[in-house]
Design a binder for this molecule. Structure first.
Ligand code: TNX
Length: 494
């Protein structure tokens, strides 16, 4: 048997809040290892046993009195985040404890990264060693998200599930799905079949290359799948602009009732719902009711961006009527920051994407108690090119290398929107130049890991040299999982 390889206790992304290595306490995972768990932790325990099996080749049964123990633990301070956990690695065993299943799941992701990347050959089981010590961890922000744009290019349920699996490993806990735009409508809505029959069909998407839609049942399944990875789905119906696909399907949604042509180009800002027609609100109420009914998470994103062909007055009329509909159907509205131009319901969350600070009401909203999601395009837009040689991506917000995506802080972006006003951070990935899950992965990895660390790790503990060094270890991990990534020359990949 070859000598067991070992990782360092702090070799984790995102970096945990507290890491105390103890070189005398390494734990050797040997042939007899088993996992024990409180009944409420059975799912996470099953996953951990599976991981250990994969890495070592040992049988790793679930059994009482196992050396690897998972506990839902009252001794952990209940006032802490449900995502908090404590991981103790000692010579005689490993104990993972948390106040809630989310915390156990977060701790499992840490443990996964402390195991070697290798997968044991079936014929040759191999011991591995976990580095000794204690990790105590909890997130900086409750919302750590990323976004997929299904409208410009559709990705099916298998791709989305695979993406959820990958992002959850970095403690990303929200997946925002941009479901509708000028080029396509990607979620079946009961009572409005033409939305997806016409605008989800062949020839939709950028250059007609991204057809497809989620049936209501497929979407509900994805929501449920996300729950098992503690990833909350945030559906977006983009309103009142970005609606050409809806108007192609239902011409009565235009101001003059005249049909409009399908569009497969990347222009923005030319379409709008009509603020002074009741048909508009009947449609929007219905769509929000249906989407809310299919979504278990607390959020519903109503878009609100780039409504360049809606007058300011119509925008205000429309948003003032539509924003409360999220609450009417039990959801909390998120919208791109343009919506902060109107009086917001108390729980509404502006998502800020601007490059340069401007007076668009976001600071005012924060001062009156609104939480904000930070997604500045020049730091968090995963569809920006890495550098001039990037085969995919746009560059209107600048080039976005890995260091640039790491070396900023959401609490410094906008005067008046500090730490206490932030719900969290999100990295959107628009699909104009993407054609496959491999393209998505290439743009997201490794930059999404930078955003994940910004969202999780205490600000004072972050540094680019440390991140850069830890990131290098993830090359072989992505490869072992078959996840595509950009071998950025900024990193000395292992
Ligand atoms: C801006 S910023 C958009 C999207 C585009 C994206 C491309 C924002 C809320 N909207 O419509 O897809 O740029 O980077």
């Amino acid at each position: 048997m070859s000598a067991p390889t070992m990782r360092q206790l702090g070799d984790v992304i995102p970096l945990p809040a507290s890491v105390r290595p103890d070189a005398t306490a390494d734990f050797r995972v040997t042939a007899g290892v088993s996992v024990s768990a409180a009944p409420a932790a059975a799912a996470v325990a099953g996953e951990l046993a599976g991981l250990l099996r994969q890495v070592t080749g040992f049988p790793v049964p679930l059994a009482d009195g196992g050396a690897v123990r998972l506990r839902l633990d009252e001794t952990v301070d209940e006032a802490k985040s449900p995502e908090s956990y404590r991981l103790d690695i000692a010579a005689d065993g490993v104990t993972l404890s948390a106040p809630a299943a989310q915390g156990l799941f977060a701790g499992l992701q840490t443990l996964r990264q402390l195991l070697p990347a290798q997968v044991a050959a079936e014929a040759a089981p191999a011991e591995v060693v976990l580095p000794g010590g204690r990790i105590e961890d909890e997130p900086r922000f409750a919302y750590r998200g990323t976004m997929l744009d299904l409208a410009r290019h559709f990705y099916g349920p298998a791709d989305i599930r695979s993406y959820i699996d990958t992002i959850a490993q970095f403690k990303i806990n929200h997946l925002h799905l941009h479901l509708t735009d000028d080029q396509g409508w990607r979620l079946e809505i009961e009572g409005w079949p033409r939305l997806t029959e016409v605008s989800g069909g062949e020839g939709t998407g950028i250059d007609g290359q991204g057809p497809g839609f989620l049936t209501a049942a497929e979407y509900a399944d994805l929501v449920a799948y996300g729950e098992t990875r503690f990833v909350t789905i945030v559906p977006e119906i983009d309103l009142p602009g970005h609606v050409n696909a809806a108007q192609v399907a239902y011409p009565e949604l235009t101001c003059d009732g005249e049909p409009v042509q399908p569009r497969t180009d990347a222009e923005v800002g030319y379409s709008s719902l009509c603020a002074n027609r009741e048909e508009t609100y009947a449609f929007v109420d219905d769509v929000i009711r249906v989407v809310a009914g299919l979504t278990s998470g607390p959020f519903l994103h109503i878009g609100g961006d780039e409504a360049l062909s809606t007058t300011a007055e119509d925008y205000r009329t429309f948003m003032t009527r539509v924003l409360p509909l999220a609450g009417k159907y039990g959801k909390r509205a998120i919208g791109w920051h343009e919506m902060a131009a109107v009086e917001l319901p108390p729980t509404a969350v502006p998502q800020y994407w601007r490059i340069e600070p401007a007076d668009d009401g976001v600071a005012r909203a924060a001062q009156s108690g609104h939480q904000v999601i930070m997604s500045p395009a020049d730091r968090s837009y995963l569809d920006m090119k890495y550098d001039e040689s990037s085969p995919l991506g746009l560059d209107w917000a600048g080039l976005l290398g890995v260091e640039r995506s790491y070396d900023w802080d959401p609490a410094d972006r906008l005067p008046g929107v500090g730490e206490e006003s932030l719900l969290g951070v999100e990295a959107p990935l628009w699909s104009e130049t993407l054609r496959s899950l491999a393209d998505v992965e290439y743009m997201a990895f490794p930059r999404l890991l930078a955003i994940a660390e910004i969202g999780w790790t205490p600000r004072a503990d972050r540094s680019w040299p440390s991140f850069r060094q830890r990131l290098a270890e993830f090359g072989p991990r992505f490869e072992a999982q078959g996840v595509n990534f950009h071998r950025s020359p900024e990193i000395d990949w292992k």
